[in-house]
Ligand binder design. Structure first.
Ligand code: GLN
Length: 281
């Protein structure tokens, strides 16, 4: 039977009341120290998003998983990974099915209405992938009137749906399937996060990524609204990892570039403003 951190925290608080320990602050770390090794930290993800989360030798691995292991370690908890569709993650967090969504998830105002986000841990961008011999799509403006494929429920989906005036937005559960349909000419372009775009399009001979980035986004970890203890614990690990240079190590391990500076130059203004607001919070 899975014990969730929230349950543990509640139990610890009750224990605290019985022990009449009054003002003593109950943090996930202290809670877990008093508990047993059966404590779990359950993250939800969509392991179709290399190099952040993907399946290798029947195991879910990646940048986000390494980060989640650090968070679990700091809490004295065991990491449990639930693999699901990306567009189910926010609901899974807000209903308590999982403790946190760790899935290269970009901070958006709309998601903030349903979940709380940690500090950002990665700066990302949406990019356009086309067939190398495509003469129809060379810039973002060319997406107008085209069939554009995206991963369902992602910021790529939102961006294309709201900004591009596409003839059709074709939604996929797996980015790889979108790329297959691009290769076979069923769709004119795919819009995807930059690093997964590089990873997956490399598996298809004729596909190229356009230089122009569409957005600037920040990946963060989503937890249930109001779960401040868990959020504090997650942020403490993110701070530690930043101080210790762990994110630089992970970037090197997974072949990630430095934050896409070029993205800032071409990105839609409102997206930059939103990212800046998030940063300022
Ligand atoms: N960063 C994108 C988003 O948050 C895509 C994430 C993903 O597909 N895992 O919507």
């Amino acid at each position: 039977m899975k014990k969730f951190l929230s349950l543990l925290m509640a139990m610890a608080m009750v224990a605290c009341l019985f022990a009449a320990c009054g003002e003593t602050e109950v943090t996930p770390e202290t809670t877990v120290d008093e508990a047993t090794e059966t404590v779990t930290f359950t993250m939800g993800t969509n392991a179709e998003f290399a190099p952040f989360e993907y399946v290798e030798n029947n195991e879910i691995v990646g940048y986000d998983i390494d980060m989640a292991q650090e968070i679990a370690k700091d809490m004295g908890a065991e990491l449990v990974i639930e693999n699901m569709d990306f567009d189910g993650l926010v609901t899974a967090v807000s209903t308590g099915k999982i403790d946190a969504a760790i899935a290269g998830m970009s901070v958006t105002e709309e998601r903030k209405e349903s979940v709380d986000f940690s500090k950002p841990y990665y700066t990302a961008a949406q990019v356009i992938i086309v067939n190398a011999d495509s003469e129809t799509v060379a810039t973002a403006a060319d997406l107008e009137g085209k069939v554009v494929a995206v991963q369902e429920g992602t910021t790529g989906d939102i961006y294309v749906t709201e900004n591009c005036n596409a003839a059709e937005v074709s939604r996929y559960k797996k980015a790889v399937n979108a790329l297959m349909d691009l290769e076979s000419g069923k769709v004119d372009a795919v819009v995807l996060d930059e690093e997964p775009a590089k990873n997956y399009s490399a598996q298809f001979a004729g596909l190229v990524i356009l230089d122009e980035a569409l957005t600037a986004e920040e990946y963060a970890i989503a937890v249930a609204k109001g779960n401040a203890d868990l959020l504090d614990a997650i942020n403490a690990t993110i701070d530690r990892m930043t101080e210790e240079g762990k994110f630089d190590e992970l970037k090197e391990k997974y072949g990630l570039n430095a934050p896409a500076e070029e993205a800032e130059e071409v990105v839609a203004e409102e997206v930059v403003e939103e990212a800046a607001e998030t940063e300022a919070e």
